[in-house]
Structure formats: C-alpha cells, structure tokens
Design a protein around this ligand. Structure first.
Ligand SMILES: Nc1ncnc2c1ncn2[C@@H]1O[C@H](COP(=O)(O)OP(=O)(O)OP(=O)(O)O)[C@@H](O)[C@H]1O
Ligand SMILES: [Mg+2]
Length: 288
C-alpha cells in the first residue's frame, strides 16, 4: 500500500477482559486476537461481524477509551497506543449507536455542539460560526440549535451526534453501529450523509456494523471479524462479490433478496474446510 495514503494502522491488537476475579484466580475472555488492518485517507472501512465479535473493542482501543493488552495503533505514522495527546484527540472522534443516550438530554443542541470547542479552547467568536456551519453540513438548519435532544427525531438526533463528532475537523471518525437504532429509510439517509462527509471533507470512517448489507452500501474496504479474529479483509468489491471465507459467505447469504447484484447462489460453507485449518469458525472440520 502507498504509505502516503495511510491514515491509521492497527497492528496485532489483542485484548482479554477479566470476567471473573477472586483472590487466587482470574478468568479471562479473549475478545481480540492479533487484529491488524489499515485505514487510508478518504476511505470508509467497514468493520463487520456478529454481536460479541469484538468490533466495539477495536473502536475503543483506537480511541484510547480502553487499553489493548498488546499491539499498536499508529495515526499518520505516530504511535498513539494508550497515549493519545490532546492535539491528536481532535483528529479522531466517535459516534455511538444510540443518540438518545449519547447526547446529554439537559443540553440544547447548540451547547452539545459547542462543548468540544470549549474543551479545546476555541475563541468564543469562532465557536458560534463553527456551530452554525457544522449543523448545516449535516443537513439541519439553525432552528435546531435551540432545541433539546428529545425534541428531535431519531435521525435528526443522529445527525447532531455526527455534527458533534466532526466539529473539530477530525481526519477519522469511528462510527459504532450509527444506524442500528434507526428505521431503514433513515438508515439510508445517514449512510448518504457519511458518504457525503467523506467526499466533501475528506474524512475517513471506520464504520462498525453487524450488517454486511449496510457495510456493502457504504464501505470502500471491508474487515470481517469473527470471535475476535479477522477472517477476511479486502476491497468492498472483492469481499462482497467473491468472499473467500465461509463465515463471510454465511453473512452474505443472510442478506435480504433486495440486493440481487450482491447475492450469490447458495454456497456450501464446508467446501473450503481444508484451507482454514485451525479456524475458530470451522473448528475440526465441522462448522461450529
Ligand atoms: N468490559 C468488559 N468486560 C468483560 N467482557 C467484555 C467487556 N467488554 C466487552 N466484553 C466482551 O467482549 C466481547 C466483545 O465485545 P464487543 O463489545 O467488542 O463486541 P461487538 O462486536 O461490539 O458486539 P455488539 O455487536 O453486540 O456491539 C463480548 O463477548 C463482550 O461480552
Ligand atoms: Mg459493539
């Protein structure tokens, strides 16, 4: 890969959570094993896998919200593992699944948007302009600024969450299931907005979802996680049209028939068993 296009590299991220702890013994759950992938400038990387596969854990490690046990995260070539400076924190942000809980209900929208600017000590004169410009860039107008989150629809609230995530002009946004709590029609609008922000502002995204159908709509590059391990990664076209791993095939088979161009005839997921010796998904020659 052309190194001048590299924005973020995750290298061999490994994470165990302590699930039980007593005086003499700790029990662990292996949430991630040696997860490596890169994000290029102006690229949407879809991180897909079923519930519990470790997607949010990857996002939280990148944002330094939790620590990895081992592995490294590089932003523009700089090691930011467990050590994100205030300046670098401006460059990456996160959008969560449910804007009802991620937006403070006691703040007006203008205060929600201004908060990161205050934290990063932007002069008062610039803050108002920046709030106005940003609310417009997510497709809302200034009349929303004096409202509270509960006075907005789910889709509008998620637009505000996106506005807050981009107000400091980040270069990368981790969007953790940003459309899962929304109706299908609203999901598509939010996907359009994210694509538009990539095109117009050059922001890269890590788009986390359990739904390969949605990821196929939005991502340029796809990383498939299964039980904390990457089972497949590649450009969108390659992964969707010619999935190599049986788990990816299974995810594709569960797509609704509304996307015939991406649907493949039924594939026997056991066919490639020999190629995937030691794979968690396949086990000892048996699909688990
Ligand atoms: N703080 C924690 N302590 C113990 N186990 C945890 C903790 N956080 C996550 N886990 C476990 O680690 C695994 C991966 O969790 P993670 O939240 O990364 O999954 P996910 O792929 O984001 O799932 P979902 O699609 O449901 O959001 C899960 O089995 C989860 O129960
Ligand atoms: Mg999650």
């Amino acid at each position: 890969m052309d190194s001048s296009r590299q924005l973020l590299q995750a290298e061999n991220l490994t994470k165990r959570y302590v699930v039980k702890s007593s005086l003499f013994k700790k029990e662990y759950f292996q949430a991630l094993s040696e997860v490596s992938f890169s994000v290029e400038k102006n690229q949407i990387v879809g991180l897909v896998g079923e519930s519990g596969s470790g997607k949010s854990t990857v996002g939280k490690i990148i944002l330094n919200l939790i620590k990895a046990d081992s592995g490294k995260v590089y932003l523009l070539g700089k090691d930011i593992t467990n050590n994100l400076s205030k300046e670098d924190r401006k460059k990456i942000s996160i959008i969560f699944q449910d804007p009802r809980t991620s937006l403070n209900p006691r703040f007006k929208i203008k205060d929600i948007l201004e908060e990161p600017l205050i934290v990063h000590k932007y002069p008062k004169s610039d803050r108002k302009d920046s709030v106005l410009k940003t609310i417009k860039s997510v497709g809302l107008d200034e009349t929303f600024l004096d409202r509270y989150p509960h006075e907005l629809s789910g889709g509008q609230r998620q637009r505000v969450a996106i506005a807050r995530a981009i107000i400091l002009d980040p270069i990368l946004v981790v969007a953790d299931e940003p459309t899962s709590a929304l109706d299908v029609s609203v999901q598509l609008q939010i996907i359009q907005l994210i694509k538009q922000l990539k095109e117009e502002k050059g922001i890269s995204f890590i788009f986390i979802s359990h739904d390969l159908n949605i990821v196929g709509h939005i991502a340029d590059y796809i990383v498939v996680l299964y039980k904390g391990k990457i089972v497949e990664k590649g450009n969108k076209e390659e992964v969707i049209k010619n999935p190599l791993h049986p788990y990816t095939k299974l995810l594709l088979e569960s797509l609704p028939p509304s996307h015939p161009k991406y649907r493949k005839p039924f594939v026997n997921v056991k066919e490639d068993i020999n190629t995937y010796e030691g794979c968690e998904f396949i086990g000892n020659g048996k699909i688990k």
